[in-house]
Design a protein around this ligand. Structure first.
Ligand code: T46
Length: 131
């Protein structure tokens, strides 16, 4: 599956923690866009799409949520619940985000600007694309 966990580096001392990702050590692409998702009621699921070319890194600096990943053959669930643990998702992976804890912030770093034509929003189309 074209998705994997990434560990950000962390410096910790009595003042607290500082975590960082840096191209190309633990950030596999140059970031062109940042967005974040928050105040998601726990009963809602988001996502329900894959991307044709976009690469993304997702993490929860605050709170937690789950992601279902599906490459058309295998499915797996990933819990994002640590500020220094991120999920890389490449093209061709269907994703759904759910079980957002109250006050969660899901941060997403993206390899490109927003382009609706890069989305596959129908599961039937997705299955055709991934074969
Ligand atoms: C993804 C998951 C993890 C924009 O105008 N600009 C943007 O940069 C983004 C990300 C979205 N939008 C618009 C498109 C929709 O009209 O914001 C609206 C909500 O987006 P969407 O329903 O796609 O949100 P999610 O949470 O289902 O999916 C998002 C990303 O779109 C997607 O790329 O991988 O988060």
């Amino acid at each position: 599956m074209n998705a994997r966990l990434i560990s950000f580096d962390t410096h910790s001392d009595e003042r607290g923690h500082l975590s960082f990702g840096e191209f190309s050590n633990n950030l596999p692409f140059l970031v062109k866009r940042v967005y974040y998702i928050y105040d998601v009621p726990s009963k809602y699921r988001r996502g329900y799409h894959a991307h044709l070319k976009l690469e993304q890194v997702c993490f929860c600096p605050i709170g937690s949520c789950k992601m279902l990943l599906d490459d058309g053959t295998f499915k797996k669930e990933v819990v994002l619940d640590k500020p220094d643990s991120a999920l890389y998702i490449g093209p061709g992976v269907w994703r759904e985000m759910y079980d957002f804890e109250p006050n969660t912030v899901l941060m997403v770093l993206a390899s490109d600007v927003y382009d609706e034509s890069d989305y596959i929003r129908s599961y039937e189309d997705f299955k055709e694309v991934v074969g």
